[in-house]
Design a protein around this ligand. Structure first.
Ligand code: T3D
Length: 267
């Protein structure tokens, strides 16, 4: 693999992954998606990495699937066999979305410009989404005759409710970062000049926290969306029981009582 389509920039306990096809607004090709998945896999395996940041090189976060990629672009030759773009989803997008959602460490998206199609939904699948004020989100799928993928159908109604999800998905309009924050699609919008620093500071803060508890928090919140109230309460008790036996709980309570900063280790 000669071309570095993902730049990997370790920053202490934080691993920054930069999508690196700025000439095509970081549009996804099979090699880029493979390299991103490998970079996430490597961060997941590295015990010293306790948080990840994903951002884009240049003026965009990602324009989504590369529509010029010959693997997926429909042939203009009427005699050519149609291409099954579901294959691309099965082999590249689904494994990537699942890897992102099950990362043992928190993942922060630093959205530095437009995030369209699968690029938007990749960002929204991260644990915390911070955007620069000039960033925007576009569910571009309906413009080209597709449905939201890369988790969009699952994520959008959960993040903003059915009415707004349908508005975004059907109309495919550009949503500015400030509006995305206002409707609860993303966590925070900051001035462009502060985006990199803010995302890194959030990731560093998360990296110093009890990683396993953060992982179980994400899992519990996702599970609770599918559960009734009583099963959700029981799931909380089950997870709390497990975490109560872990080192980080011992350390967290001891540090509080000793009036010192905790040093968490579980991962
Ligand atoms: O197909 C499958 O495998 C299924 C999976 C689908 C997942 C998806 O993501 S579907 C949605 C795909 N994405 C889009 O439809 C978005 C297409 N792009 C745009 O609508 C606009 O480019 C943007 C709103 C993102 C940005 O607009 P703007 O005006 O800032 O930039 P631009 O001039 O349109 O684009 C700059 C360059 O990037 C341009 O190339 P050029 O003329 O400088 O050589 C443009 O063609 C290229 N580019 C932008 N988006 C894509 C792209 N090239 C390939 N694929 C793209 N998605």
């Amino acid at each position: 693999m000669s071309e570095h389509l993902i730049q990997i920039e370790p920053q202490g306990a934080v691993r920054l992954l930069r999508l690196n096809r700025p000439e095509a607004l970081n549009a996804f090709t099979a090699p880029l998606l493979s390299q991103l998945r490998q970079a996430l896999e490597s961060a997941a395996e590295d015990r010293e990495t306790r948080a990840v940041v994903i951002t884009g090189a240049g003026r965009a976060f990602s324009a989504g699937q590369d529509l010029a990629d010959p693997h997926v672009a429909p042939s203009r030759d009427p005699g050519a066999a149609p291409k099954d773009i579901g294959h691309m989803l099965e082999h590249y997008y689904i494994p990537l979305a699942l890897r992102l959602r099950s990362m043992p460490v928190p993942v922060v998206a630093a959205v530095n410009g437009v995030a369209a199609g699968a690029g938007a939904n990749l960002a929204l699948g991260c644990d915390l989404v911070v955007a620069g004020e000039s960033a925007s989100f576009i569910q571009a799928f309906s413009r080209i005759g597709l449905i939201p993928d890369c988790g969009g159908t699952w994520l959008l109604p959960r993040l903003v409710g059915r009415a707004k999800a349908l508005e975004l998905a059907l109309l495919g309009d550009k949503l500015k970062a400030a509006e995305a924050e206002r409707i609860g699609l993303i966590a925070r919008v900051v001035p462009d000049a502060e985006l990199a620093g803010t995302a890194l500071a959030i990731a560093q803060r998360l990296a110093a926290m009890p990683t396993r508890a953060l992982y179980e928090t994400r899992a519990a919140l996702d599970d609770a969306m599918k559960l009734d109230y009583e099963p959700a309460l029981k799931r909380e008790a089950q997870l709390q029981s497990q975490l109560g036996f872990a080192y980080d709980y011992l350390e967290g309570t001891a540090a509080f009582l000793d009036k010192r900063s905790p040093e968490f280790k579980d991962r």
